[in-house]
Ligand binder design. Structure first.
Ligand SMILES: CC(C)(COP(=O)(O)OP(=O)(O)OC[C@H]1O[C@@H](n2cnc3c(N)ncnc32)[C@H](O)[C@@H]1OP(=O)(O)O)[C@@H](O)C(=O)NCCC(=O)NCCS
Length: 237
């Protein structure tokens, strides 16, 4: 069966801006699709750390060593997007984002033509906003943040850098989510709540109070587990 789907991306006739996607896994494939069919960017190549290279090409484009990226795709001509999910509690994506910046790259963000983003929302670089996200009045999304599909970010709420928000999460108004956090599917925040950096919020958790850093929050209403969020990922920082 042939499907014909009209994407918002059809309005992007003049795709002059070129990018390299860091990664070649499932998220990289999705990012390729979304940038190609729903953005003004043209994907030129994929870059993967040498020890993880398993193929020469993907979608007919070269897969090159991340270590050599600047020799083949000059930071003067190309920008980067790091398409890595929450591996090692967002550390892998964040490390490669910082390394690409140190090599002199600028970054792009993707915002789905099917997301609702109010006009004064701020969204940082290297962030990816899937379809069906609602991002309300005066809210802020940091750098290197992934909002998978279907979340609600209420008015004046702030999602700090390097967070991964899975799907169908409700962050009510005036909330703040600290750096590097992971919010599981269907988790819910009542209004005026702050959680600290490195929060791991389990699927379906209901957050009703403020919490500090490094907590693994689970249940409805949520309680901190005895194990820290860093222990969950065997991270020593
Ligand atoms: C919380 C989570 C990390 C598992 O944590 P865990 O403490 O290692 O859980 P376990 O699998 O060992 O289960 C321990 C108990 O917690 C329960 N449990 C597991 N996940 C739970 C959750 N999200 N909320 C409430 N209880 C949960 C289990 O049923 C089990 O209960 P039991 O002891 O009565 O049998 C995982 O279930 C989770 O929520 N991951 C996020 C998934 C997600 O959102 N993915 C999106 C990817 S894009």
């Amino acid at each position: 069966m042939n499907y014909v789907i009209q994407y918002g991306g059809s309005k992007y006739m003049n795709k002059k801006d070129k990018i390299v996607i860091v990664g070649d896994g499932e998220f990289a494939e999705i990012a390729y699709e979304y940038f190609t069919y729903d953005s003004s960017y043209t994907v030129a190549a994929f870059a993967v750390e040498k020890q993880f290279i398993t193929k020469d090409s993907l979608f007919g484009l070269p897969v090159i060593a991340f270590e050599e990226i600047e020799q083949l795709y000059s930071p003067k001509e190309y920008k980067v997007f790091t398409a890595i999910t929450f591996t090692k509690f967002n550390r892998v994506r964040t490390r490669l984002y910082n390394e690409a910046r140190n090599k002199g790259y600028g970054f792009v963000s993707y915002i789905s033509s099917r997301a609702f983003v109010w006009r004064n929302v701020k969204i940082g670089e290297n962030s990816f906003i899937f379809e069906d996200n609602t991002i309300q009045y005066n809210s802020e999304i940091g750098n290197n943040v992934v909002l998978w599909s279907g979340n609600h970010i209420g008015h004046r709420s702030k999602i700090k850098d390097n967070c991964f928000i899975s799907s169908h999460v409700v962050v009510s108004g005036y909330c703040e989510v600290g750096e590097n956090s992971f919010l599981g599917v269907n988790s819910t925040f009542v209004n005026n709540i702050s959680i600290g950096k490195n929060s791991f919020v389990a699927a379906g958790a209901l957050i009703t109070k403020n919490y500090g850093d490094n907590l693994f929050l689970k249940g409805s209403p949520a309680k901190p587990e005895s194990k820290s969020s860093l222990d969950l990922f065997n991270i020593n920082e």
